[in-house]
Design a protein around this ligand. Structure first.
Ligand code: MTE
Length: 334
């Protein structure tokens, strides 16, 4: 359950984090400053404190100051967070293979630095933006969201990112921009799934949102998870997270964002239009043609403890997003 979603302008860390945690973190940071921990020492220590099962990692230089300044637990939930191990070893990233373990096994060769994102289409400020500049001055926020895959498994993941709306405002779309279309990087050498002659996907992987969905405050551009940078298999260095939609909308390793007048044709829709729609809103009342969407398997799950639970409309974010779809037939627009 989403506990609180304060407007950016009025959000204070103390508003959204349990007081005990907030106070101990403040104390910790003060203590860190007192013993002369440099800014660079803080993020890793913070991450270790919050997420003890996360192996330490070198955070890219551009991300470090942002981690220090991040607004931790800006959005939270009372559901247990999925262990880092499961969130990073059970993945869908078809560019690296179709088995759940393939991305973790194969993605280490993805080159994520330097990284640029091409912005084009109906915008006043098109161009090729360096990732470090693209995030502008927006403060990173930690958002703990449920992720519900169309395959009926789910996780709870602490992302770090900025609302997509911040970037959109920065590049100033024109009134002709009705949709946002995004593309994933293609690095053939590093991506066995792209090289494979059996692949059904016409690369690059493409996803899209209606402009009001893209501007919604829950829509996040993530550059980290579990207090650190994104692992390659989870979409490094920058990915989308749209928590009320099936996971396939949350496109990974983004290199292009286009502002377009027409609804873009997305990868899964092109592949099987009767099974995967453009909207892909999580909906327990509209089954996939081949399986029910009424329940989900929350990871970690096993044969003897499948950890099944009811799926909620809009993945439990109904209060926040239902208004986007008033008057829309959710069965026809799946
Ligand atoms: N993005 C790209 N480029 N390629 C993919 O295969 N899979 C999608 C989405 N983004 C995918 C992608 C699907 S089906 C899901 S469920 C989520 O990524 C999974 O994200 P995760 O592996 O971080 O849990």
């Amino acid at each position: 359950m989403l506990i609180k979603f304060p407007a950016r302008s009025e959000a204070k860390e103390s508003d959204v984090t349990p007081e005990s945690v907030y106070l101990s973190r403040r104390g910790f940071m003060k203590a860190g400053a007192a013993v002369g921990l440099g800014a660079s020492a803080l993020p890793a220590v913070l991450a270790a404190q919050e997420y003890p099962d996360v192996p330490s990692v070198d955070v890219p230089a551009w991300l470090e100051p942002r981690l220090v300044d991040a607004r931790w637990k800006a959005v939270s939930t009372n559901e247990p967070i999925t262990p880092f191990k499961d969130a990073t070893s059970y993945n869908n990233f078809y560019e690296f293979g179709t088995n759940k373990g393939d991305p973790a096994r194969n993605a280490s060769g993805l080159v994520v630095e330097p990284w640029t994102v091409m912005i084009d289409g109906e915008v006043a400020k098109p161009g090729r933006y360096d990732l470090t500049k693209l995030l502008a001055d927006d403060r990173l926020e930690e958002r703990i969201y449920r992720l519900r895959c169309v395959e009926a498994w789910s996780m709870v993941i602490p992302w770090l990112g900025i609302p997509l709306s911040g970037l959109i405002r920065q590049v100033e779309p024109t009134s002709k921009a009705k949709y946002v279309r995004m593309e994933t990087v293609v690095q053939e050498k590093a991506m066995p799934g792209v090289r494979s002659s059996f692949s059904l996907v016409d690369w690059p992987y493409v996803e899209g949102l209606r402009m009001d969905e893209a501007m919604h405050p829950l829509t996040l551009l993530a550059v980290g998870m579990y207090g650190r940078s994104l692992p390659n298999q989870n979409g490094a260095p920058i990915r989308l997270v749209v928590p009320w939609k099936y996971g396939f909308k949350s496109i990974k390793s983004i290199v292009k964002i286009s502002f377009v007048p027409e609804q873009p044709r997305t990868s899964w829709e092109s592949l099987a239009p009767s099974e995967y729609g453009f909207y892909a809103n999580v909906n327990p009342n509209v089954d996939h043609p081949r399986w029910s969407q009424a329940r989900e398997r929350r990871l970690p799950s096993g044969l003897f403890s499948p950890n099944l639970m009811d799926t909620r409309l809009f993945n439990g974010y109904e209060d926040e997003v239902a208004g986007l779809y008033s008057g829309l037939d959710l069965r026809a627009n799946y």
